[in-house]
Design a protein around this ligand. Structure first.
Ligand code: DQA
Length: 148
């Protein structure tokens, strides 16, 4: 059974409260429930993690080495500047899909850059909570096609 880590970075614990016009009105746990239901449908094992602390996220990414087959991550603001998160993802060499609720490319200029994108299989942005379900589907399809 494929094992996938579903990782969320800073301020994403505030979903539902935080700028609902940009990020929607659903809480992170409601989004995770939708991802879990897609995971059950796809027959994969999911592990959920959110932190506001960069070092804790780096440790969590390292812990995926040898124990998980794929990572989907919304790195929040770290997306735009954290070479440490990017290097951690690169270090473990596990296929990664980057996801964002908002379309970062049509927002402020500082959000247009993702330092994570070059180490990801791809990026899904702008579809709100549905993007998480799409990201899981894309990641699982890729992992399954690689293993067949
Ligand atoms: C975000 C976009 C980032 O620019 C922002 O800092 C976030 C959320 C998104 O999901 O749209 O925290 O990653």
């Amino acid at each position: 059974m494929l094992r996938i880590a579903v990782l969320n970075g800073p301020n994403l614990n505030m979903l539902g409260i935080r700028e609902p016009g940009v990020y929607g009105s659903e809480s992170l746990s409601a989004i995770e429930a939708q991802v879990k239901s897609k995971g059950d449908e796809l027959g994969v094992q999911l592990s959920f993690f959110q932190t506001n602390h960069e070092g804790d996220m780096i440790d969590r990414i390292h812990s995926a080495y040898g124990s998980e087959d794929g990572i989907m991550i919304n790195p929040g603001a770290w997306t735009h500047y954290s070479y440490a998160i990017r290097d951690a993802l690169s270090a473990v060499s596990i296929p990664v899909v980057e996801v964002h609720l908002s379309n970062i490319h049509k927002r402020e200029a500082f959000r247009h850059v993702s330092v994570v994108a070059p180490v990801a299989l791809g990026q899904i942005a702008g579809f709100g909570a549905a993007g998480y379900v799409m990201a899981l589907d894309a990641l699982v399809r890729t992992l399954q096609s690689e293993s067949s």
